[in-house]
Ligand binder design. Structure first.
Ligand SMILES: C[S@@+](CC[C@H](N)C(=O)[O-])C[C@H]1O[C@@H](n2cnc3c(N)ncnc32)[C@H](O)[C@@H]1O
Length: 268
């Protein structure tokens, strides 16, 4: 007999098959699911919820982990371009059709999706614009403001070189000692690819990129420099062999500067 959990997993798989390709996240959602299962992050942030494919799979992993939380942000600015297509696909799935998602805007759709997928406890959708020129402080959940680090940050809303530099400068002070930053599509945007190759090298030699300094007080610059000096950064370009635009995800692993594996590793 199928349990509620089996049923929710079925719903998630069918949802992924129906909607995942619209934003090209049908495989990335599984990768993120696996990493969340393995590393058990407590605090995860997603910038750009889109149709919620990655959000529900991260949420599902958090449910299976028995803890952790995802906050995901989107102001629905692309909804007219993508939501009708998703809703048409979901008309084929009885759970979604019966829940009446077809009449919803992005916020209504996402709230129903999180509930139907059984991840509503773990995932909070925030209907909010992300404006890096205003900083990211107002995106931070109370736990992070209270000093807990972000363990995983997935940015899927902008991937130009300036956006990435601003995001790194703003987010690094909030990241846990051991953490990961994913930026979708950045590795297949040539300027961003070259910029990342350079900037990650610079960070690893303790240099502060000029854009990190702009608009910051000398105290803020010193704190950022100190933080960068105490971290090492590993850059991995993840490409997928699928013939479609933007078929990449950048992974930046952040770790303290030390010679041993993380405390979670059972080293012999
Ligand atoms: C590629 S989609 C995210 C796809 C998502 N990962 C998924 O699996 O369905 C990017 C989303 O970012 C949102 N977005 C783009 N710029 C934004 C901004 N400045 N503030 C808030 N949301 C934004 C768009 O509304 C869009 O839904």
């Amino acid at each position: 007999m199928k349990t509620t959990i089996d049923h929710e997993l079925d719903v998630l798989l069918r949802f992924r098959d129906a909607v995942g390709e619209i934003h090209g996240s049908e495989d990335l959602c599984m990768l993120l699911y696996s990493l969340v299962k393995r590393e058990k992050p407590k605090i995860v942030l997603e910038l750009g919820t889109g149709l919620g494919v990655t959000a529900v799979w991260i949420g599902r992993a958090l449910v299976e982990n028995g803890g952790g939380r995802l906050w995901t942000f989107d102001d629905g600015r692309f909804q007219d371009s993508f939501l009708p297509q998703a809703l048409a696909c979901l008309e084929e799935l009885p759970e979604f059709r019966d829940a009446g998602v077809a009449g919803d805007d992005l916020a209504g759709y996402l709230h129903k999706l999180l509930r139907l997928s059984g991840v509503a406890e773990q995932v909070t959708y925030v209907d909010q614009a992300i404006d890096l020129t205003e900083g990211v402080d107002d995106l931070m959940p109370s736990e992070v403001r209270a000093g807990q680090g972000i363990d995983m940050l997935f940015s899927d809303f902008a991937h130009g070189p300036g956006d990435i530099l601003d995001l790194l400068a703003l987010a690094l002070p909030y990241m846990s000692e051991y953490s990961s930053i994913f930026i979708d599509s950045a590795s297949t945007y040539l300027l961003s690819y070259f910029m990342l190759e350079q900037v990650i090298d610079q960070l690893n030699t303790g240099k502060l990129p000029h854009r990190f300094s702009q608009g910051r007080t000398s105290d803020e610059r010193q704190r950022l420099l100190q933080l960068i000096a105490e971290r090492r950064f590993q850059l991995v370009h993840l490409f997928e062999d699928k013939d479609r635009a933007q078929n990449s995800t950048t992974w930046i692993r952040v770790e303290p500067v030390q010679w041993s594996p993380p405390p979670t590793a059972k080293v012999r």
